[in-house]
Design a protein around this ligand. Structure first.
Ligand SMILES: Cc1cc2nc3c(=O)[nH]c(=O)nc-3n(C[C@H](O)[C@H](O)[C@H](O)COP(=O)(O)OP(=O)(O)OC[C@H]3O[C@@H](n4cnc5c(N)ncnc54)[C@H](O)[C@@H]3O)c2cc1C
Length: 263
């Protein structure tokens, strides 16, 4: 990556202004992905001096600064208590500790990576994003909206809940991107998302409605839920897996996940 100027800002407004001054100005968080994906940068804007590396527990939610590393989240006891450790589990499956020490939650969200193991989990966890200029935004709206104005993500909030949960990622090797990943939470109702389709993660809304309107989740109901999910997902092929293999994976792990959370 060729960088003209490295700027360490001392106020978030400065970062926002610089970001919108020139398309070639970029924010750097952990830099793990940026260094691999962007060749030419005019001003590289560091958020290191903005005190955005924190995990704060409040009564009903936890607040996480955008610069918090994945490893800090994985090891944090409060985060571990959210939905039976769902987020910590998903993070623990990403690469090795070295990358997780570097990569931040902000970069993991702002990258909108289609292979992300974190976005499907945040989708089922009642997560809100907070931008310097745009203010609060629901994570699903953020993921579904294209062409958003460039903005600085300062922190996220996750509602404190401890629902039963399931997470599965399937990859060729432990260090490869997922061929598919599935996140489920269940208390009184189901939240289900699937990522690495290979397109971006999405909530399975029709499947969730079907399951949530059913009085008893029997094996027949689970079979029908899988059919609905396969219809509403956008599974397709890429170099990691064919569409038909992804369909088999969704069938297998969606059934397994639903059974696990209702046990
Ligand atoms: C080799 C490798 C393998 C990986 N494998 C996986 C995997 O299997 N599963 C998985 O889920 N993830 C994987 N990741 C992604 C990783 O977990 C991080 O999500 C990624 O590195 C981005 O985090 P970062 O802090 O490095 O962000 P950076 O690389 O610094 O930034 C990423 C993007 O976000 C923008 N950005 C960062 N912070 C902010 C902010 N606060 N406000 C506005 N914009 C911002 C940057 O400008 C840039 O466009 C992998 C990454 C690498 C390098």
């Amino acid at each position: 990556m060729n960088v003209n100027e490295y700027v360490v800002v001392d106020h978030v407004e400065k970062a926002y202004q610089l970001l919108n001054q020139d398309k070639k100005n970029q924010i750097i968080a952990g830099g793990a992905w940026l260094k691999l994906s962007v060749k030419e940068v005019n001003k590289l804007i560091s958020l290191d001096h903005l005190s955005l590396n924190y995990i704060k527990e409040e009564k009903d939610f936890i607040e996480i600064g955008a610069m918090t590393s994945l490893r800090d989240l994985e090891m944090n006891s409060v985060v571990n208590d959210l939905d039976h450790g769902l987020l910590s589990l998903a993070i623990s499956k990403i690469m090795g500790v070295t990358i997780r020490n570097l990569a931040s939650i902000g970069g993991s969200i702002m990258g909108k990576f289609s292979f992300s193991d974190i976005l499907p989990v945040l989708l089922v966890m009642d997560c809100k994003l907070y931008f310097h200029h745009r203010g609060e935004m629901n994570i699903e709206d953020f993921m579904n909206t294209r062409g958003l104005e460039r903005d600085v993500l300062t922190h996220i909030k996750i509602k404190k809940q401890n629902r039963k949960s399931f997470f599965k990622r399937v990859a060729h090797t432990a260090l490869d991107f997922s061929m598919i990943n599935i996140a489920i939470v269940y208390d009184d109702s189901f939240m289900i998302s699937v990522g690495s389709q290979p397109g971006m993660a999405m909530l399975c809304k029709e499947t969730m409605s079907y399951l949530n309107e059913t009085s008893e989740v029997t094996e027949e109901v689970i079979k029908e839920a899988v059919i609905i999910a396969l219809n509403e997902l956008n599974l397709s092929s890429n170099l990691r897996a064919s569409q038909s293999y992804r369909e088999v994976l969704v069938k297998t792990y969606l059934k397994r996940g639903i059974r696990q959370v209702i046990e």
